[in-house]
Each structure stands twice: as C-alpha cells, then as structure tokens.
Design a protein around this ligand. Structure first.
Ligand code: ARG
Length: 478
C-alpha cells in the first residue's frame, strides 16, 4: 500500500497524489448504493462463473471468488461489515474486501468488466426485484378493494362532478373505479419490467471487451430475458429508471386522489367513513381533533415521487454517450421512490381494511342535491317528451324545490304534475335513489348487479395475473 494513500484505490495506479478529502466525500456513493450489494454479488458470481467457462479464471479461482463473496454477504447481513468512503461505492468496497480475503483471485474478478456495465446490471437486477415486490403489494391492495366493493355493492352514495352532488352511485362502483386505476398501474409496471429485464453486462466500460465472453450464459445465470444490443447505449441510458419512476408517479397520483376522497369523506361535513384511530393522529392543542394524517401524507408523498421523476428526466437530458458520472445521481431518487411507493401501499392495505362506512349517512346525502333529476328527465323522455324539454321541465321542478327546501323525492304527485302532465304515479319508481342506481344496469354501470359482475371479472383477472409469470415478451431472441 502506498503510504501516502491511507486506503489504496482500485484505480489508484495512474494517480500520483491522493484524492482531496472533500472530493472523496463529494464523489462517494457508498452511503446510499450499499443497498445494491446483494445484486452486485449476484452479478459478480455470474461473471466469475462465465469467466471460468471461457478459461479466463481457473475453477479454483472461481470457487474462491464465490466463497469469498458469500462470506462477505454473510458478514454484511450480520452487521459485521464496515463500508469505506475512500472506496467510493459498493462495487469497489466489495472488490477490495474480496481481494483482502482471498488474495490474487480477487484481483481477477474485474476482468472484462467495468463499473459502468456493473452498476447498470446491479440496478436492473435490483429494480426487477423491487417491481415484483411492488406488484405483490398492489395485488393485495386490489384484493382489499374488491372485498369492499363486493360488500358495498348495494350501498348508495352520492356521485359527484365538480364536487357537487350529481347522481346516486353505489359505493361498490366507486371502489371499482379505484380498482381500475390501480389495474392500469399494475399493467404499466408489468410492461416496464420487460424493458428493465435486459442485461448490460459485457458492455464493459463502453465499447465491449476483447475477451471471448459468453453473454448468453451470464444472462441465463442472472435470469435476464434479453441482452442489450449496444454497449454504448447499455452503459449510459437510464430510461428504464425514468420509466419506472414515471409509472410509480402515476400510481402515487392515484393513491393521492384516493387519499383526497378519504380525507373529505372522513370530515364532519361528509361523515361517510371513519378511519380507525390507529391510523389517525390528534392535535397538540385541540383535544377534539382526529386527523386523517395517513392519507394526507400519502397525498404529500405523491409530490416527492413526481419531483423524482422530473429530477431523473433532467439528469438524463444532456448526457452525451456513453457513461457519465451524472448517472450516480439516479440512485437516491429511485431508492426513495421505491421506499415511498412500498410504504404507501403497505399502509393503505392496512388502513383500508379498517375503515368503517356510514351507510345511512351516504344514502341520506345521495337523497340531497336533487341527485335523481336526470332520472326524472329520462322518465319524461320515455313518456314522449323530447329530452331538451324534459331537461327544462326538471330544471323548473328543481328551482321550485330549492325555494320550498324540498328534494324531488319529497314532492307529492300534484306538486310534480304542475311541471308536466306527463308525470304519473309511476314517477316514484325512478325518483328513489335505489331506482336510479338499479336502472344503470349495463357493462360499466353503477347498478349493484353490475358491480358484482365487475368484481367477479376482476377476481379472475387478478388470479391470472398472479399465476402467469411476469416474464414473457421481452426476449430479443439473442
Ligand atoms: N458509483 C458509480 C455510479 O453509480 C458507479 C460507476 C462508476 N463509473 C465510473 N466510470 N466512475 O454510477
């Protein structure tokens, strides 16, 4: 070891002077990229195995490397490993420790490889696993929504446009709207995973390597479905990270919208739901307060993930080919996105299962705000009145109702008949919120029977998703 270099760097040969302390701190990524260690080890094991099959390593060297890396992994898990800032990142920390433990064989591991293809490989392996973990959480949350939709298929609540009461809907239908949003998120994650699952290893620093490497073997060992076709592109682009974070930002946007509704619904003014005490917090000054902090925070965390998306887009936009150190900055936004999405999904799964629903309050609210006015207009159309005239007639009835402080459902026949002679006794079948909801019995409609059908279809869909391997379709036939 050079006495002037307290820790000798794997790239130190060319340098006469040690790294400035400030620079060391500024360039180090070990504080955050150490979370990639299982994938870095996995990649190194595959690389060493491949190097042995092409005769670059002996079988003994390969076995020493693999055993050495396994020992390091065990020590990291047991909390017995100390990471060094002077060794910059996870890749150099692991390699230096391996060499310290097994000697010369450790120094051969990096043959035909660069940190540039190594980090791209680690990131893709890591993201593939995390995508699967997120998909599993999403499926659990979707099941909670399906259970609620089924239990509440008959529950009547007001449907809103412009946050004004519009028409009655069923709570089951509303839950299925949330479910559909999450289904598209799930599909986007599956689709994005296909582009994550490409192997950059073998691209080396940027131009490939002069060793007769077997990329198919390493890809197979690492479970990659496809192999990158251009070394310059493979070490430099992070579009798979951007795409993943974009998908995550959309998911968070959906969770934020759902949160907004839960916050409104749990207010005294709405009183539709009560979020369990365990998921709320109080006020330090107002003793009566019970605040919906969890959905508020999910709504707030959506902002962070959207911010990460923008940061990553900006990070990439002016980079010339091939690898640039800028790309080290992809990790913190990505890691925080993953932590945020997983935590939000987990807390939602728990919280939603404990929400209590005030059915009476929802129904009562749906009865207000003239929510069956469209049903009355449709009734008049069925009696031969042109729709525009029907619209005007009902408008007058509503104006009367506002002045008399009575909803359409509370008016008697003679009162209604002042607006149109076409109104007869059977009008009360359509003026009730139950009649209104039941009449919308078509695919995609709010009727209880349709909600139950939608739940059945969704359960089947969810079952096929979890039994079909996510893999498929990405292979480029190499
Ligand atoms: N820590 C680096 C990163 O995250 C690893 C690759 C370093 N490559 C290099 N040529 N300095 O991007």
């Amino acid at each position: 070891m050079n006495p002037e270099h307290p820790v000798s760097k794997p790239w130190g040969g060319r340098f006469a002077a040690p790294t400035e302390g400030l620079v060391e701190t500024f360039t180090a990524s070990i504080d955050f990229d150490q979370r990639l260690y299982p994938y870095d080890i996995q990649g190194s094991v595959a690389h060493a195995t491949m190097l042995a099959t092409i005769g670059v390593l002996t079988n003994e060297e390969r076995d020493a490397i693999i055993r050495g890396l396994e020992g390091i992994q065990a020590d990291i898990i047991a909390g017995r490993f100390s990471w060094s800032k002077a060794l910059e990142d996870v890749h150099m920390n692991l390699e230096a420790e391996l060499t310290r433990r097994i000697g010369t064989a450790g120094k051969k591991l990096h043959t035909g490889r660069s940190r540039n293809d190594q980090v791209a490989t680690d990131l893709r392996l890591y993201l593939r696993d995390e995508t699967d973990a997120i998909l599993a959480h999403l499926a659990r949350l979707q099941r909670v929504l399906l259970d609620t939709a089924e239990a509440e298929s008959e529950t009547i609540m007001p449907g809103f446009t412009h946050l004004q009461i519009a028409q009655p809907v069923t709570l089951g239908h509303h839950m299925m709207a949330w479910f559909e949003m999450l289904t598209r998120d799930q599909q986007r994650f599956v689709d994005c995973r296909r582009r994550i699952n490409y192997m950059p290893l073998g691209s080396s620093a940027l131009a490939g390597t002069s060793y007769p490497i077997d990329r198919r073997l390493t890809a197979q060992l690492l479970g990659f479905e496809a192999i990158s076709e251009n070394s310059l592109d493979a070490v430099s682009d992070r579009d798979f990270v951007i795409e993943f974070v974009a998908v995550a930002a959309l998911l968070m946007t959906h969770l934020s919208r759902i949160s907004e509704e839960l916050i409104l619904w749990s207010s005294a003014q709405f009183g539709f739901v009560e979020i369990a005490d365990a998921f709320c917090t109080g006020s330090s000054i107002m003793p009566q307060k019970k605040n919906p902090d969890v959905p508020e925070l999910v709504r707030g965390k959506c902002a962070r993930v959207s911010g990460h998306l923008l940061a990553l887009l900006m990070l990439m936009k002016a980079q010339p080919l091939a690898y640039n150190r800028d790309n080290q900055e992809d990790k913190e936004p990505l890691f925080d996105t993953i932590d945020t999405v997983k935590a939000s999904l987990q807390i939602y799964i728990e919280m939603l299962s404990t929400v209590t629903i005030n059915r009476a309050r929802m129904r009562e609210s749906a009865m207000r705000g003239f929510s069956t006015a469209t049903d009355l207009a449709d009734y008049l159309v069925r009696k031969g009145v042109p729709f525009r005239d029907a619209h005007a007639i009902v408008g007058q009835a509503v104006r009367h109702g506002i002045a008399a402080n009575r909803d359409l459902t509370e008016m008697n026949l003679t009162e209604l008949q002042q607006f149109s002679e076409a109104i007869e006794h059977d009008v009360f079948d359509v003026l009730t919120v139950e009649g209104s909801v039941a009449s919308r019995a078509h695919l995609g409609g709010t009727a209880a029977v349709e909600v139950r059908r939608a739940v059945d279809r969704a359960r089947k869909r969810l079952r096929t998703c979890s039994t079909t391997p996510v893999a498929g379709g990405a292979s480029n036939g190499i």
